[in-house]
Design a binder for this molecule. Structure first.
Ligand SMILES: [Ca+2]
Ligand SMILES: [Ca+2]
Ligand SMILES: [Ca+2]
Ligand SMILES: [Ca+2]
Length: 365
């Protein structure tokens, strides 16, 4: 469902109104599209955000609007919560009105985004490990909790560094990303948690570039490969069918007081964002759209050095990536993320010994 715009039919105040809008599909969590934007009677605020569900039709869309007038500290006043059941593709509207506070129309367009191949079911990411022996291993995760651990292929020699996982061949399962000491980037296509093959991507890359990981930065549904140059420049290779298309810079160079961690969709808009940690312990992300940085947003407050920020992945299956940590005791822990902000921290299983290295999270089965 493509949410295109919010039209203000009546601001019903002297002066201008500020608006807030949240919507959801079915019983999914709601997403805030407009947090505090000014618009007067007859004006339209663009939204241009997409929410998806596995089956269509029908799709039930529910939106809530709030308005405040006046300056700082003014109260949000509820306009209305309303729904529409869309049974056809094409435009639909939800009109929300309140005789004393205002009247708005949410414009949306229902689109079918896939009819064959894999169903668009939401899956939960799994937790990826490597043992000191070189063995790759993962914990299948269901509802944020660990199932039995599973080995992938046999031990791998120390000339290969396990980087992480991402869906590089666009078959809906994350693949395992490696870099050889020669600089060669390589991946294992994964199916049902097992290795299919081993495929090189482009040629070897010089040591002035650090391979960070993979995530879908241009929003085309295939994970791309994320790099940082020693100058601080962030860069990615758009990937199609497991092969490199190009190389694109994101924003300008970043100082060494920031460490790039990886990428994941932290604001739930379907494009992966770039996750950072400041040397103060502050977690931060860049919302990404069409491969470019929109902003920079802190998540919670600084975190002490007894916790290592590992990366992100969707561990509770709500379609937003969560933030994965390991405590120096070996305990694995995550922050469920909603709309780019932290919810309660949750432990996964018990502490793990130092002979295992926690790599990250990805959908491997
Ligand atoms: Ca794949
Ligand atoms: Ca992509
Ligand atoms: Ca995002
Ligand atoms: Ca999640």
């Amino acid at each position: 469902m493509n949410f295109t715009s919010l039209r203000v039919n009546d601001c019903n105040e002297i002066g201008t109104c500020d608006w807030r809008l949240s919507c959801a599909l079915g019983n999914q969590q709601e997403t805030e599209f407009i947090s505090n934007q000014e618009a007067n009677t007859g004006e339209t605020l663009p939204i241009n955000r997409i929410l998806t569900q596995a089956q269509f039709p029908p799709v039930t869309v529910t939106c809530s609007a709030w308005e405040h007038d006046g300056g700082i500290g003014a109260e949000w006043e509820t306009i209305q919560t309303g729904s529409v059941v869309a049974s056809t593709t094409g435009p639909h509207i939800i009109r929300l009105s309140n005789s004393s506070e205002g009247d708005v129309t949410v414009n949306l367009v229902a689109e079918l985004i896939g009819t064959t191949g894999q169903p668009l079911t939401l899956s939960t990411d799994d937790v990826l490990w490597q043992h000191v022996s070189g063995q790759v291993h993962y914990w299948p995760i269901r509802n944020g909790q660990r199932l039995d651990g599973i080995n992938i292929a046999g031990p791998v020699g120390g000339e290969w560094r396990l980087i992480g996982s991402g869906d590089l061949n666009d078959d809906g399962t994350d693949d395992i990303l490696w870099q050889h000491v020669s600089g060669q980037v390589h991946y294992w296509p994964i199916r049902n948690g097992q290795r299919q093959d081993g495929i090189d991507i482009a040629g070897p890359v010089g040591r002035d570039w650090t391979l960070v990981g993979s995530g879908d930065l241009n929003g085309d549904g295939t994970d791309d490969i994320l790099w940082q140059h020693f100058s601080g420049q962030v860069h990615y290779w758009p990937i199609r069918n497991g092969q490199r298309q190009d190389g694109i810079d994101i924003a300008g160079p970043v100082g060494r007081d920031w460490q790039i961690i990886g990428s994941g969709d932290l604001n739930g808009d379907g494009t992966d964002d770039i996750l950072w940690q400041h040397f103060s312990g502050q977690v931060h992300y860049w919302p990404i759209r069409n491969g470019q940085r929109l902003d920079g947003i802190n998540i919670a407050g600084p975190v002490g050095r007894d916790w290592t920020l590992i990366g992100s992945g969707d561990l509770n299956g709500d379609a937003t990536d969560d933030i994965l940590w390991q405590h120096f005791s070996g305990q694995v822990h995550y922050w469920p993320i909603r709309n780019g902000q932290r919810q309660d921290g949750i432990d996964i299983a018990g502490p793990v010994g130092r002979d295992w290295r926690l790599i990250g999270a990805g959908g491997l089965d």
